[in-house]
Design a protein around this ligand. Structure first.
Ligand SMILES: C[S@@+](CC[C@H](N)C(=O)[O-])C[C@H]1O[C@@H](n2cnc3c(N)ncnc32)[C@H](O)[C@@H]1O
Length: 403
């Protein structure tokens, strides 16, 4: 009955349902014939479906996905059990390490089959199993596939309970599915954009600048050594020891395109090359992800508590961390399929929904989780975030914000 359903106090009226069309309907409460009619009424069901949640052991789920998703997945992110003793792998001796390794190997190698050749694979891991996970993944994606060990700053306060080190970081290993992945960029963020300004009112908009002086000497680079002219003072400018960064023909192009900045009233000794924000193509990714850009374990717990009104899971990942993973794996695109087969509290689904909401994207998520909290946390969480972007004490604070 309605009374037993958490969060619902009264039957919802038709008007309410019409006004809140992002409320998620759970068909488990309906008869089979209704479900069949509902599915039949949706054209191209498969294409329209933007999320798939599988309550399953992931080995079976990955087997099931082989045919349907062969080489179609843009990015896999996983956060496997870390084998730290609290997750069912009871003993940390060498035999247990090897059984953890074969557990992971069997699943990661299956997942490679559904990854696009332009796809990427990411796995969170702490220091206990990092080297072994690296071996497994190097085997599966080859050492060519390894791109980075990203250090994530998961907390920034010292734990005074620690007897030895207080661990503030964990890792995300990043691999490419093949050498077809040749260039990586990350979406720009506000912080990066805030370093741009427009002191000379350039019609191309805000810009930042880089030095024109080459670190190499004139002797080492004679082809990059020639006199410049400061256009404001009319003076000829030579560097006493160093070459310039560009050949003379490129310099002349920079002058013609007004790309050199000599300071207000030509006051700089050497010019700087302008780089316009409008011409920037994302940022080169780095392997140190600081808490202010990604969130922390604490901020992830707080978010989950806001959504449920109580504590429901230990050590979740923040959706903002996975959002960064997705932005990197899928730079410049707003579609693609993203899979997490150790889904836990569904931060990967959450991140995809948030991103689609921000840019009206068509990204899809597939989440696999075998734990019982699939029904009590994962599924209700996805339903909640589809309905409303923000929650407090388990209640939506923005209704119908769409996806
Ligand atoms: C470290 S947790 C993931 C936490 C998740 N990233 C989050 O932020 O909530 C690992 C999850 O994998 C699930 N899991 C472990 N072995 C599994 C298996 N063989 N198949 C499916 N899920 C599994 C566990 O139940 C657990 O929820």
């Amino acid at each position: 009955s309605i009374d037993e359903l958490e969060g619902y106090s009264a039957p919802l009226t038709v008007d309410f349902l019409k006004a809140n069309d992002k409320l998620v309907l759970d068909t488990q409460f309906f008869e089979e014939s209704f479900k069949a009619r509902l599915v039949a009424s949706i054209e191209n069901f498969d294409e329209q479906c933007d999320g798939l949640l599988m309550h399953s052991e992931n080995f079976q789920a990955l087997n099931l996905m082989q045919e349907r998703y062969r080489e179609q997945v843009k990015c896999i992110y996983i956060d496997p059990p870390y084998n730290t003793g609290s997750d069912g792998f009871a003993y940390k001796d060498s035999y247990q390490h090897s059984s953890w390794m074969s557990f992971l190997f069997d699943r990661v190698i299956l997942s490679r089959g559904i990854l696009s050749t332009k796809g990427m694979f990411f796995s969170s891991i702490d220091f206990v199993e990092e080297t072994r996970l690296r071996q497994i993944c190097d085997d599966i994606f080859s050492t060519d596939g390894f791109l980075a060990k990203i250090i994530w700053e998961k907390r920034f306060t010292r734990s005074n309970n620690a007897k030895l080190f207080s661990t503030l970081t964990e890792n995300i290993l990043a691999y490419r599915a093949s050498t077809h992945v040749t260039l990586l960029r990350e979406p720009r963020n506000e912080k990066a954009d805030s370093t741009y300004s427009n002191p000379d009112n350039d019609p191309r908009g805000v810009w930042t600048s880089v030095s024109y002086v080459n670190p190499a000497s004139k002797e080492a680079r004679p082809n990059l050594t020639y006199p410049l002219t400061n256009p404001i003072t009319g003076e000829e400018v030579n560097h006493p020891t160093n070459a310039w960064k560009y050949e003379k023909a490129t310099y002349e192009k920079h002058v013609a395109e007004n790309r050199l900045y000599w300071g207000q009233e030509g006051g700089h000794t050497y010019p700087r090359l302008k780089r316009f924000l409008s011409e920037m193509e994302g940022m080169v990714p780095v392997d140190l992800w600081k808490h202010e850009d990604t969130g922390t374990t604490d901020s992830a717990s707080k978010l989950l508590e806001d959504e449920f009104g109580r504590k429901v899971f230990e050590f979740p990942k923040p959706p903002s961390l996975i959002k960064r993973v997705i932005g990197l794996a899928n730079f410049g695109n707003t579609d693609g399929t993203f899979i997490d087969f150790f889904a836990g509290t569904a931060p990967t689904g959450h991140a995809v929904i948030n991103l689609n909401r921000e840019d009206d994207g068509k990204r899809r998520y597939i989440l696999v989780e075998m734990g019982n909290y699939f029904d009590t946390v994962l599924k209700p969480r996805i339903a909640k975030v589809i309905y409303s972007k923000d929650w407090k004490n388990g209640k939506p604070i923005a209704r119908d914000t769409g996806i």
